[in-house]
Design a protein around this ligand. Structure first.
Ligand SMILES: C[S@@+](CC[C@H](N)C(=O)[O-])C[C@H]1O[C@@H](n2cnc3c(N)ncnc32)[C@H](O)[C@@H]1O
Length: 255
C-alpha cells in the first residue's frame, strides 16, 4: 500500500514538525519501560528518519535500523543520519532482515491492513525479552469546523485505501499473543496553529491528486479548507482547541 500523505521533501518537513511535538512524548514512554543500552533497535516505517533518531537517543542502542518502503524518504534519512542503517523493507513481510531488542512504530498501522495480526508478527521479530512500542492515533477531539472537515476527509481517504486513521481504538481493545506490559491512551492538547501547520501541506499536495478527495470535496470546498488552515497556521493565536488521543501499546516477547 502506498503512503497516503506522499514522500516529497514537503512531506518530510511535515513529519519533522510532527516529530518535534511527538518525539519527546515517545522518548519518555520508551525510557519508562526500557532501561538501556540496547543492542539493536529498529524503527518501522521510519520515513525520513526523525523517529529513528529519537529511538537511537532513547535506547542508546549499539546499532540502529530503520525500515521503510519509500525510496525518497530512505534517501533523505540516509543523508541526514549517515551512520544509521536504513533498509527498504515492507514491514508487513516477516521475517525481517534483522532481529531487534527494541522495535518502535508510530503513525504506521493507520496506513496498513490487519493491524492487530501485524503487531503480533512484529513482536515475533524481537529477540527474547525484547520490547515493541506502538503509538497510534485513537481519536482527535476538536470543535473547530475546519479541523473537523479536514479530518473527516482524511478519515474517508484512508478508509478508501482499506486502512483506518484512528486505528488506536482497535489496538487498545485487542488481545495480543505476547505479554502486554502497557496499554493506555494519553491526551495531548495541541495549539491550533500547530495543528493547522501539520494539516495544511496535505491540502496543497496530495489532496490535489487523490481521486477520493477530488470526488468528495469540490474544488471550492478544498480551497476554503486550505485557506482557513493557512490563516490559523500563520496567526499569532495561542489557543488550543484540538487534542490528540494517542494509544500506546507496549509488548514484551516472552522468553
Ligand atoms: C506517517 S509516516 C511516519 C514516519 C515516522 N514514523 C514518523 O513518525 O515520523 C509512515 C511511514 O510508513 C511508511 N510505510 C507505509 N507502509 C509501509 C510498509 N508496508 N512498509 C514499510 N514502510 C511503510 C511510509 O513510507 C511512511 O514513511
Amino acid at each position: 500500500m502506498r503512503y497516503t500523505f506522499g514522500t516529497s521533501e514537503k512531506a518530510a518537513d511535515r513529519l519533522k514538525q510532527i516529530g518535534a511535538f511527538f518525539n519527546p512524548v515517545a522518548s519518555a514512554l520508551i525510557k519508562r519501560f526500557f532501561h538501556g543500552p540496547a543492542g539493536i533497535a529498529l524503527d518501522l516505517g521510519c520515513g525520513p528518519g526523525f523517529t529513528t533518531h529519537m529511538l537511537e537517543q532513547s535506547t542508546l542502542c549499539r546499532r540502529i535500523y530503520g525500515f521503510d518502503l519509500s525510496d525518497d524518504f530512505l534517501k533523505l534519512a540516509r543523508k541526514r543520519f549517515p551512520t544509521y542503517h536504513f533498509f527498504k523493507h515492507d514491514v508487513t513481510v516477516v521475517p525481517f532482515p534483522v532481529r531487534a531488542d527494541i522495535i518502535y512504530a508510530r503513525f504506521l498501522l493507520s496506513h496498513l491492513k490487519n493491524a492487530v495480526s501485524t503487531v503480533d508478527n512484529w513482536a515475533g521479530e524481537l529477540n527474547n525479552g525484547g520490547i515493541l512500542f506502538v503509538e497510534e492515533v485513537e481519536d482527535i477531539f476538536t470543535d473547530v469546523g475546519v479541523f473537523k472537515d479536514y479530518l473527516h476527509a482524511n478519515c474517508g481517504l484512508i478508509d478508501s485505501q482499506g486502512a483506518e486513521l484512528f486505528i488506536g481504538k482497535t489496538l487498545g481493545k485487542a488481545a495480543y499473543k505476547n505479554y502486554v506490559m502497557h496499554n493506555e491512551s494519553v491526551l495531548l492538547p495541541v495549539l491550533n496553529r500547530q495543528a493547522a501547520d501539520w494539516f495544511y501541506p496535505n491540502t496543497i499536495t496530495i489532496w490535489e491528486s487523490e481521486d477520493f478527495i477530488r470526488n468528495t470535496l469540490t474544488p471550492s470546498k478544498r480551497k476554503k479548507i486550505s485557506a482557513e488552515l493557512k490563516k490559523i497556521m500563520t496567526g499569532k493565536n495561542h489557543k488550543s482547541d484540538i487534542t490528540w488521543k494517542m494509544r500506546r501499546v507496549v509488548i514484551r516477547k516472552e522468553t
